[in-house]
Design a protein around this ligand. Sequence first.
Ligand code: MF3
Ligand code: CO
Ligand code: CO
Length: 293
Amino acid sequence: MKNKSIKISRNDNCPCGSGKKFKNCCRNEKQGIAIRDEYKNRYNIILKTSEQIEGIQKSGELLMSIMDGVEKMIKPGLKTDEINIFVHDQIINAGAIPATLNYRGYPKSVCVSINEVICHGIPGDRLLADGDIVNVDITPILNGYYADASKTFFVGTPGPDAKKIVAVAAESLKRGIEVVAPGTTLGDIGHAIQTYAEGQGCSVVREFVGHGVGIDFHEQPQVLHFGNKGKGIALMPGMVFTIEPMINLGKKGLHVLEDQWTAVTNDGSLSAQFEQTILVTQEGYESLTPYEL
Ligand code: MF3
Ligand code: CO
Ligand code: CO
């Protein structure tokens, strides 16, 4: 999952805007303190220490082991609340805390979003049906560290629309991740996702975005899944954020149901999402919730 391509060379100007060469600035460990202060003061972005990164990584390992367990459960007839019970118990048994439970009034330990539900579906009595697609979004807090990831699964045998939107959503995340490196910008990530997804005739949800994560659930920066090349904050080693594009088969418009959480497509078209927690490294990136895309 590591991007070996170094997009900024040692003698280039540092992307932080200091006017110094990259090798004498953010690439130099000794300068790390100054950059940490700069990103905190200017953007309220927490550049993580190696200790914090290790903590988030452990939380991500727990998350992905639970995700693998969920994947094995998925089948027609499964009640979405059974996914909640499983995820809740696994998180608690590991000595962790489900971040979503009671988060701004959210009542469950996982989000389960079926078909035209874009995100924040609340598990309950609904049963998975053959041909459905279902996104499961999990966020444990382990030893105080948050990791955040989701995957969209097929239930039984997918039809052509289900196959298409899941493939496009997975590739959208992959393309967003692959541009991550010191010297590229948040706008580059959004641009890569938007041009690919729209090029496939799909649309990108605007209302929900990726986010800094690790010490808190939703930190700065916001990571838009659309945008312009070269715009936005320069990525810096130690940044940890999610990329989590929500891609609709039809139009991008959405509304939130009476429950105040469940976001659905206005046109009833399918929506799919994949999310990982990504660390910016000196070489490029590393996923702290790695899985194949
Ligand atoms: N895990 C979601 C995200 O990717 C947030 C869910 S918040 C909740 O940011 F309250 F809906 F659970
Ligand atoms: Co997230
Ligand atoms: Co999430």
